[in-house]
Design a binder for this molecule. Structure first.
Ligand code: HEC
Ligand code: HEC
Length: 246
């Protein structure tokens, strides 16, 4: 073989060295460097992988409550937001995310998620002058009979007689629905509504009066009083016993 035959080979070698190592396909750039899951502090990734499936991508239109709702984020303070993400909501499909509670996220990731949800989707200045009931029930303990009265003045126009559904909105006393939601979730819904699905909040009522903190607790007590007792709970046992022994 003469050097003449090597010429194309040499050309290719020289050419590829001259073009530099950084052009090798597949060489990872800074951005695709592998990061251990526990080190990820990227909001889109953390929210997308852990929350979007239920609460909607970009925080909207999920089966669960929209996180992209400034009035909700005004209601829930940072401590409660972190706690719910860390510990989840027992007996509902909201999982616990902190490693201590069986989840996958470190405490710093939970804190980071909560901070970002607040800062990206909240509007801390927007609601300051508006007094409103607190996130969790505090002094205003609910009474279901007063709740039934409040229901008739604030809710029946849409949800129909006794909450069983009307022309503008469905039933809110359906046993399957009530078994799936926590008391807190009902309370949150009565206060902030459900953004993006046409559910109004406590400020925008059909009779023009905002719903007071006491009335919010009463309405929740009224809804909870219609939840069927959980299987195996004491009230379930006593009601089935009274069914056999009249
Ligand atoms: C498998 C579905 C699912 C996933 C995944 C999920 N959630 Fe939830 N989340 C729910 C449900 C259902 C509720 C309502 C539970 C109840 O009845 O209180 C809820 C409730 C919440 C609440 C309280 C709302 C209220 O009414 O006060 C917050 C805050 C929340 N989720 C944030 C998150 C965040 C942040 C993530 C991701 C780290 C996440 N969730 C992942 C289903 C889910
Ligand atoms: C202007 C009409 C309107 C009024 C008034 C109204 N709601 Fe609703 N509500 C809706 C709509 C729309 C939905 C979305 C689901 C549907 O279509 O049933 C909804 C949903 C709900 C839900 C279920 C939310 C979920 O997580 O799926 C609850 C609980 C509820 N309302 C309670 C109340 C209570 C309590 C009142 C009175 C304080 C009230 N609503 C007043 C329109 C209304």
């Amino acid at each position: 073989m003469t050097t003449k035959h090597f010429a194309p080979v040499i050309f290719i070698l020289v050419f590829s060295f001259a073009s530099g190592c950084s052009r090798f396909p597949g060489k990872p750039s800074e951005a695709d460097k592998w990061i251990a899951p526990s080190e990820v502090l990227n909001f889109d990734q953390l929210y997308g992988e852990n929350c979007a499936g239920c609460h909607g991508s970009a925080g909207r239109f999920g089966a669960g409550r929209s996180m992209n709702d400034p009035f909700f984020l005004h209601l829930i303070d940072l401590d409660n937001l972190r706690r719910v993400i860390r510990e989840g909501v027992p007996s509902t499909s909201m999982p616990a995310f902190a490693q201590k509670f069986g989840g996958q996220l470190t405490d710093s990731q939970v804190d980071f998620l909560a901070d970002q949800i607040k800062s990206q989707w909240g509007n801390p200045e927007g609601f300051n002058p508006v007094p409103q009931p607190a996130y969790r029930e505090q002094d205003a303990v609910g009474d279901s009979q007063r709740g039934a009265v409040a229901y008739n003045s604030y809710c029946s126009e849409c949800h129909g007689a006794a909450g069983r559904g009307g022309e503008k909105a469905g039933s809110i006393v359906d046993p399957d629905f009530l078994k799936l939601v926590s008391d807190q979730s009902l309370r949150t819904t009565v206060i902030v509504g459900r953004r993006y699905i046409g559910k109004t909040d406590c400020r925008a009522t059909t009779n023009g009066q905002p719903i007071s903190a006491q009335e919010v607790s009463d309405l929740v007590a009224w809804l909870v009083s219609q939840r069927p007792p959980a299987l195996g709970s004491e009230s379930a046992l006593s009601s089935s016993q009274s069914a056999i022994t009249p």
